[in-house]
Design a protein. Structure first.
Lengths: 112, 139
């Protein structure tokens, strides 16, 4: 799992590559936690995530909850096929937006 | 057709990672569609981690995984010697509440139930657990 962060119009863009499973999810959670203290709006780009299990879902939920607790918003961008199925099956769509357009993701994250 | 994999090991995160990868490889090699391979890989990860974390309380113990290719389905078995449990007793996951009331967790069995076609549990003669999962082939 690889992770890069950038600033896109005042919104933190986190791009991750690879598998988000029980081996990599704790690493993602701690790396995001290290930057999340200052983040109030973020987009996680899931385009290049090819595998997501329940621990990965938990990492995404924990991140979203931490940002929401400070009045911010986390938006998920462009999950592919089966990853999308896992997100909807676990009801992640009920607590954070899942969108497929980069500009829309930024707009929703900025809206707080 | 028939048995594709018979894996035996001591439950640990490294062992489980190896089992998960082998299941995914054999599933692809058997010509299964992407969705079936994903579901089988995920189910093996979720059930094996439950065995390690809850069944063996993180301490390890024997863990066997088999994968078979039958006429219209893949069949996975996961066998341990941990104290008996019942998948039906796993509390239902909360997948609809908002942030305030939603516990983060309990999603593993929920995903397995949703992505597999059948789940059977039996207590082995040795007093452990055998979980049998089936996934119907879509191609």
């Amino acid at each position: 799992m690889e992770m890069t962060t950038s600033d896109l119009g005042g919104v933190t863009r986190i791009t991750i590559h690879g598998s988000l499973d029980f081996k990599s999810a704790p690493d993602l959670e701690s790396r995001i936690a290290s930057i999340a203290d200052t983040v109030t709006s973020a987009v996680i780009d899931l385009t290049h995530i090819d595998y997501l299990s329940s621990i990965g879902v938990r990492a995404l939920l924990a991140t979203g909850k931490a940002i929401a607790s400070r009045g911010g918003k986390l938006v998920l961008l462009n999950p592919q096929d089966v990853v999308r199925t896992v997100l909807f099956t676990t009801g992640v769509n009920h607590v954070m937006p899942i969108v497929f357009d980069s500009d829309e993701a930024n707009r929703l994250a900025s809206a707080g | 057709m028939g048995e594709l994999l018979e894996l035996q090991g001591e439950a640990s995160t490294d062992t489980i990672a190896g089992f998960v990868n082998r299941v995914a490889e054999e599933c692809s090699r058997a010509g299964a569609d992407e969705e079936s391979c994903y579901a089988l890989k995920l189910a093996v990860e979720e059930v094996c981690l439950n065995v390690l974390q809850h069944g063996y309380q993180g301490k390890g113990g024997p863990l066997d995984v088999t994968l078979a290719n039958e006429a219209d389905r893949f069949v996975v078995t996961i066998t341990d010697t941990a104290p008996p449990f019942s998948p039906e007793a796993a509390p239902p996951a909360d997948v609809e509440s908002d942030w305030e009331s939603r516990p983060i967790g309990g999603l593993g069995w929920h995903l397995v139930r949703q992505m597999m076609d059948t789940i059977q549990h039996e207590i082995t003669p040795a007093g452990g657990n055998k979980v049998t999962l089936t996934k119907l082939r879509t191609s």
